[in-house]
Each structure stands twice: as C-alpha cells, then as structure tokens.
Design a protein around this ligand. Structure first.
Ligand code: HEC
Ligand code: HEC
Length: 454
C-alpha cells in the first residue's frame, strides 16, 4: 500500500521519452492530447470547416448556413480584439474589485488576495464577510494560479522505472476544484467568505452593478433574466481576468537568469540554487524546469503530507474528497513564484517565515525539532524531507535564492496602485490559448449561452 506519493526522480532523457511534443506543448496525457486536438480544431475551425466543407459537406448545406456565419463572427471578434482589452477582462476585473457581491457588502476577491502580497493574504487565515467567521486555510497567491493544471489522476515513473498513479493539479490547496472555472464560483457562496445566499442573490447583485450594461452585452437581452446565464458570464469573465498577463509576467531575477543573463544572480544566490537542487531536494517537488507551461512554475502540482503543525480542527486535504485514507493530510505542492512576499506559509498558515519553512524541512525528524503535532502523522512523507542536514549558512543561501522568485513588476508597484503592470512582450491570452484547455465550463448548464471566447 502506498502511504504517500512516490516522487518521480526520472532522468532528463527519460522525461523526454515519456513526454511528447505536440504543437509545441509538452503533453503527457492521452486526454491532454485529445484536448489539444479539440482546441486546435476549435481555434482553426474556420479553416478546417472550409476544408471539410469542400471535401465532404459542400453539397449537403446551404451556402450561407447560419451556424457558420456565427462561427465566423466569433472568430473575427476574437482576432480583432486582444483578450486583455476584451469586455470579459474588464468585467472580470470589476467583479474582482466589487465589494457589493458579498453579504453583508464589504468584501471582494481583492479583500483576501492583496496585490502587494502577490495576491495572497498576509493573515494566516482570512476573515469572512461576516467578521466573526474565519476560514481554515491560508489564501494562496493568485499569480500563476490560472496556469495550474486541471485535477487529474496521472501516471508517473519511480526511480526504478515502475509506473505508478498519483493525483496532480486542481485548484485550492486540496485540488478540490477541477479547474479555474470551477474554482471562481466558490468564494461567492462560501459562508466563511462572501456568503451570498444563492445564484439568484448573486445574479441580482450583478444586474444592479456599475458594469451591468457591459455584462448584459455578453449575456444578451433575452437571457438577462436567466440567473444561470448571468452568473455563467460572470465566472467566465473572472477566468479571463485571472488568465491575463497581469498574473503571469515571468519577470523575476530567476527568469532573467534563465533567459541567459547569468550575472543576474549573485554568488550567494547561485549557491542557494545548488542547495535547492541537491541538499534541500526542493527541486523534486518544486522543479526549476518547465513542465506544465513553457516557463517553470516551480511546482510539480503533486500532493504530499509534509506533517505541518496543526492549527484548529484536523484538515484531511486531498483524502477528504477522494475518500482514500492514505491521502488524508495531503495538499498540493504550491508554486514558489513570489514566495518571499506571500508569508505566512502552508495550507493552514502555520509557518511564519521562509526561515521557519526551511528549518521545518531541515529538522522536523531530528531531536532539534520544535514543531507541534500534525493532523495526520500516519501519512506524513518521511522520505524526502525532515532531516536534510543543512547548516545555517546553507539555509541563508537557500533563502536568498527563494527571494529571486519575486516578480519585478510586483516590487515596482507603488502605493495605491491596484495591479502590477506586466513587462512589454508578455504574450496575450489569445497567443497562449492552447495552454489553457478550459473544459469544465462545458458541463455548466448555461454553456449554450456562451458568447465570450473561452
Ligand atoms: C474571505 C477571503 C477570500 C475571499 C473573499 C476570496 N478568496 Fe480566494 N481563497 C481564499 C482562501 C482561504 C483560499 C484557499 C482555500 C482552499 O484552498 O481551500 C483561496 C483560494 C483561491 C484560489 C485558488 C488558488 C490555488 O492556488 O489553488 C483562487 C484562484 C481564488 N481563491 C480566487 C478568488 C476569487 C476570484 C475571489 C473572488 C470571487 C476570491 N478568491 C475571494 C480566500 C478568499
Ligand atoms: C516532497 C515534496 C516537497 C519537497 C521535497 C519540498 N516541498 Fe515545499 N511544499 C510541498 C507541499 C506539498 C507543500 C504544501 C504543504 C501544505 O501546505 O501542507 C509545500 C509548501 C512549501 C512552501 C509554502 C508555500 C506557500 O505559499 O505557503 C514553501 C515556501 C516551500 N514548500 C518551499 C520548499 C523548499 C525551500 C524546499 C526545499 C528545502 C521544499 N519546499 C521541498 C512539497 C514539497
């Protein structure tokens, strides 16, 4: 019985063998291949439709089949306006800031995801719209959150070459939202968060908002009375906003180093990088190489129980929604981008500083250990961490390296600025659309009301 996830430590060559390169993306799964073919077809549907119609169905359809016209209009719209300036982006941004979407009013997404902390919450646990209510988890950074792969049960290879299956990805610390579309629906109705009664309550507030005219354009006049259709467009708009370049600038010191500017890291930071890869084993779960995106996200998005100190009631994490006892206490490995400014740390905010995090990894299983009892001791990963034998100087170097993951544009934000400005040349969402295989919105009852490019 596997009590915790066996980590893949496969060699580069082996990795290349198991990953295929389709349309320029590293694709590991059959499902992903199918999805990308679907996406390719969707993106190129005018072209493919033309070829297909010439070859097969030309004679079967009237010349100006209405559905074709719609497809063409949508395509034109998508190519003529960049996603970032799109109405979806503007509405998503407005919703992100709108404090009237909570009960009582006063709380918005930005209340717990603060831009100057890379959209994380500096409080260990967030407070809800009802001030007496506190959540049970630390609000993570939203930088790069749209790039987290969908929840999947995936095959991996052990160092001995054995194939094993493990969970990967998904939003929230426990991966319980399959993707971003599913995630953005939750905060509105969570009693510890924005606390709205139901989707009718939400739709009514959207209809009365400052941006209701723009939203109505997306929803259409006929469906404006339909709560499902109105809220559906609001979720899509939030997804569009979180996918925008604001949240994926890739302009940290480490990115400059990767781009070839070897002097961007000083000697101490370079020593820290060696410790990250070797003595600290951080690279095993927070890899410096690109995997799910064409730049490194500093996470393999696998699940583990690190045995972090308990806070409040036990939190079963992944095990609660998979129903497997051996996964109790497991949480998704987070991206370490901007980690220097997202304190406190871990799913329950139990560790205050980066030094505490590394000391925890270093001496959890030694007599020096000063850490409290954990929720699920029986599933803790005792192989990859707990007794790293790093000395104080090495810990200093490692911390210096973790500071190189901070995006320049967030550091540059001045007092009062709401959002960081990504560097020029950050690709648009359209250019990256193949990397964003949204699919759960298709399961939504209002999918037929879709007008935003997804
Ligand atoms: C009351 C505070 C609060 C508010 C308001 C809030 N969030 Fe969160 N958010 C959290 C917490 C706490 C988590 C982690 C919860 C978990 O993992 O179970 C989280 C997680 C997330 C995640 C997942 C990130 C990841 O790495 O998995 C996203 C995305 C997100 N929130 C977006 C939003 C959006 C969009 C809104 C507004 C509609 C919003 N949040 C409103 C506290 C908040
Ligand atoms: C076995 C996999 C694994 C290894 C090895 C590993 N981590 Fe983690 N890391 C995780 C997981 C899983 C979490 C989330 C755990 C939780 O919240 O309970 C995490 C969380 C973190 C966090 C908290 C981030 C946040 O936003 O709260 C930091 C910082 C971190 N790791 C740094 C490191 C460093 C530095 C190393 C090397 C010394 C390292 N990790 C090694 C899996 C790993």
């Amino acid at each position: 019985m596997l009590f915790f996830r066996i980590r893949m430590k496969i060699t580069k060559q082996f990795q290349q063998l198991v990953t295929r390169n389709v349309l320029g993306i590293q694709i590991k799964r059959c499902r992903d291949v199918l999805l990308s073919i679907l996406h390719f077809v969707r993106l190129n549907r005018c072209f493919l439709a033309a070829v297909f119609s010439i070859l097969v169905i030309d004679s079967a359809l009237p010349a100006d089949y209405p559905q074709d016209r719609e497809v063409r209009q949508e395509q034109d719209q998508a190519t003529s306006q960049s996603m970032e300036k799109s109405i979806g982006f503007q509405i998503g941004k407005a919703i992100f800031l709108d404090t009237n979407l909570s009960n009582p009013p006063g709380q918005a997404c930005i209340s717990c995801h603060l831009p100057q902390y890379a959209f994380a919450d500096p409080r260990p646990l967030s407070i809800g719209a009802i001030k007496e209510r506190q959540g049970t988890r630390n609000a993570p950074s939203l930088m790069y959150a749209a790039l987290i792969p969908s929840f999947a049960y995936d095959d991996f290879f052990t160092p001995d070459g054995d194939e094993i299956y493990a969970y990967e990805g998904g939003l929230f610390w426990d991966g319980s939202a399959r993707d971003l579309f599913e995630q953005v629906q939750k905060p509105f109705f969570h009693p510890n968060e924005m606390n709205l009664k139901d989707i009718h309550d939400f739709a009514q507030r959207l209809r009365q908002s400052r941006y209701s005219n723009e939203l109505r354009q997306l929803v259409g006049d006929i469906d404006w009375v339909n709560d499902q259709a109105v809220t559906y467009q609001a979720y899509l708009a939030l997804v569009t906003f979180l996918r925008s370049p604001i949240f994926r600038p890739f302009d940290s010191k480490f990115d400059r180093y990767l781009a070839g500017d070897l002097e961007s890291l000083n000697a101490k930071e370079k020593r820290g990088m060696q410790i990250y890869i070797n003595g600290g084993k951080c690279n095993d779960c927070h890899p410096l190489s690109a995997r799910h995106w064409d730049q490194p996200l500093l996470s393999d998005f696998g699940f583990d129980n690190l045995g972090v100190p308990s806070v409040g009631k036990p939190d079963g994490g992944l095990g609660v929604h998979t129903g497997n006892r051996e996964e109790l206490g497991q949480f998704r490995s987070p991206s370490l981008r901007n980690v220097a400014i997202t304190a406190p740390y871990m799913h329950n905010g139990s560790l205050k500083t980066l030094r505490e995090v590394i000391e925890f990894y270093n001496d959890r299983d030694t007599p020096k250990s000063r850490w409290k009892q954990t929720d699920f001791p029986e599933t803790v990963n005792r192989d990859d961490l707990g007794n790293l034998k790093l000395n104080d100087l090495e810990i200093d170097d490692l911390i210096a390296f973790l500071h190189c993951f901070t995006d320049q544009c967030i550091e540059n934000m001045r007092e009062g600025e709401r959002f960081p400005v990504p560097p020029k040349g950050t690709p648009s969402t359209e250019e990256k659309s193949l990397y964003f295989p949204g699919w759960t919105q298709r399961l939504h009852r209002s999918f037929e009301h879709r007008t935003v490019q997804d």
